[in-house]
Each structure stands twice: as C-alpha cells, then as structure tokens.
Design a protein around this ligand. Sequence first.
Ligand SMILES: C/C=C/C(=O)SCCNC(=O)CCNC(=O)[C@H](O)C(C)(C)COP(=O)(O)OP(=O)(O)OC[C@H]1O[C@@H](n2cnc3c(N)ncnc32)[C@H](O)[C@@H]1OP(=O)(O)O
Length: 280
Amino acid sequence: MTYTTLLWERFGAVLRITANRPEVLNAQSRVLLTELDAALQRAVDETDVKVVIIAGAGKHFSAGHDLGSPQEMEDQKRHPVAPGFEGEYRRLSALYLETCLRWRDVPKPTIAQVQGYCIMGGLMLASCCDLIIAADDALFADRAVRWGGAHVQYFSMPWDLGPRKAKEYLFTGEFFTAAQAEAMGLVNRVVPRAALEAQTLELAQRIAVNDAYALRMAKRSVNETLDAQGQRAALENAFKNYMLTIPTRIEHGTYGNAARERSPKERFAVLNRKLGAADT
Ligand SMILES: C/C=C/C(=O)SCCNC(=O)CCNC(=O)[C@H](O)C(C)(C)COP(=O)(O)OP(=O)(O)OC[C@H]1O[C@@H](n2cnc3c(N)ncnc32)[C@H](O)[C@@H]1OP(=O)(O)O
C-alpha cells in the first residue's frame, strides 16, 4: 500500500504514521484525511501493531484543514462537492466528524506527537488521540469564531480544556502554548523540541510491552466512561451547531464559492487578524 501524503514506519510493535506535507505545514487535504483513515484501519487490522504514533513532518504538526493548496484545488475538480446543503452536510460529516469519531475509537493506544502549529483541524486530529506529547514550541488554537463559525467539526475542547478555558480560547481565537495546554490537561507532557521524537517513541514502546487485549479493554473503559458522561452525544450535537453557522459564514464570505475563490493567504488573514494587545 502506498501513500502520497503519509509516511508509514514500523519500530517493532509501534507504528508511526506521519502526515507528510511539510511544504504546506501538513494542511489536511481531502486526500490526506482519506489516506489517514485508511492507514488507521490498516493499523487496526495488522495484529502485530500495538501502539500508533501520529506525527507531522517538518516544523509544524498541522496548520489545519487545507484551505486551497494547488493539490487541494486540483482534487476538488476531480471530486466536486455535491450541490446544496445536503451535499455539504454529507461531505463535512463524512470527512471531518465520522473520521475523528473512528480515530478516537481505534482499539489500540494512539499518541499524537505535536510540534509547532497545531491549529483547528490539526487540534481535532491530536485531540482524538489517546495521549498527546507536545514539544515546548507547540501552539494550539481554534480560530473559527473569527470567521463567523462556532468551532471545528469534532469539538472535544470542553472535555479537553474544561468549559471555562474552552470558552476563552473559542471567544478570542488566541493561541495557547504547550505549557498552558499541559496545565489545562490537553497534553500529557511537554518535552524539549529536540527530544520530541525520541521521547514519544520511548513512551510508545513502554506501552507496547503490554498485552494488546488488555490495552484495548483499558482504552474502551475510559472511552465508555466519556460516552456515559455524554461526550459522544455532545460531539454529535456540536457538529450540528457547527453546521448551523454555515449559512451565516456564507453571508460573511468565509465559506462556499466566495471563500473558495480566495487564495489560502487571503483566507488566513481573517483568522490571523490582530484583535488587541494580548493577541498572538
Ligand atoms: C473548521 C475548520 C478547520 C480548519 O482547520 S480550517 C484551517 C485553519 N488553519 C489556519 O487558519 C492556519 C492557516 N495558516 C496560517 O495562518 C499560516 O500558515 C501560519 C500562521 C500557520 C504560518 O505562517 P507562516 O510561517 O508565515 O507560513 P506560511 O507561508 O503561511 O505557510 C507556508 C505554506 O503553507 C501553506 N499553508 C499553510 N497553512 C495552510 C492551510 N491551512 N491550507 C493550505 N495551505 C496552507 C501556505 O499557503 C504556504 O504555502 P505557499 O508558500 O505556497 O504560499
């Protein structure tokens, strides 16, 4: 099996899947997300894989969903969005919500290895992993409110940061640092950038000495606790709130054809605009 946007590397019972589009900061194109979904299913099927690391090549983990790289624009011509709201609903649900829910429930431990920017779709991917190891230069953000949206499609931040901090970061769209992420419980630990890869692999190998079935059941108990607390229903409901902002985003010009005609950099400008002295 070959991938155009991923690296697949084995270290004994540990598998590392790396998003490999460093020239666009690992922006998540439709192709990348589809390949990642297939790679994770393969990781489930390969019985000798016990732990999966998800990484990003280059300086940054991921700058989020692909907002119009040349490859993405070409791909959209081959896979046009089905017309109307129903088409959008199907595409967004399949590509962003259903994938993340599947990745959250992969029956093997998953570890996100995060350096540099981890923005919106990048944060979705990291947050559906079981553990997150962050380099000290990691920066996280959900900037959706800045373009008239509510948040990302798979919205687990109230669970990951706690409700107050989740609201603060949504309302401002500001970046939070690795140290802040650790204090809020989003990441398991922060390590020096130069040690990120080695320390993540070392942790994965320590987990992989355990029995695969025991790991699977341990993960299931934690995820089912979250489900019993209502997490899954809240995630599905938050996706509907996300969808409710699509019509107003079309009015703002940040979604739909008007947005697609803009260059990625014009689209980032809305999200990166300075709001005040505290902004980063
Ligand atoms: C519900 C929504 C979910 C989402 O995930 S929407 C996406 C949200 N993501 C963002 O808004 C981040 C967009 N990117 C940026 O704002 C900037 O990047 C950064 C601040 C992260 C970094 O800035 P700098 O260091 O100056 O790098 P650079 O020159 O902007 O990026 C290098 C190349 O990467 C491409 N790129 C970066 N992010 C994306 C993206 N998300 N989609 C498509 N391309 C992207 C650029 O265009 C450029 O490429 P070229 O050199 O050819 O101009």
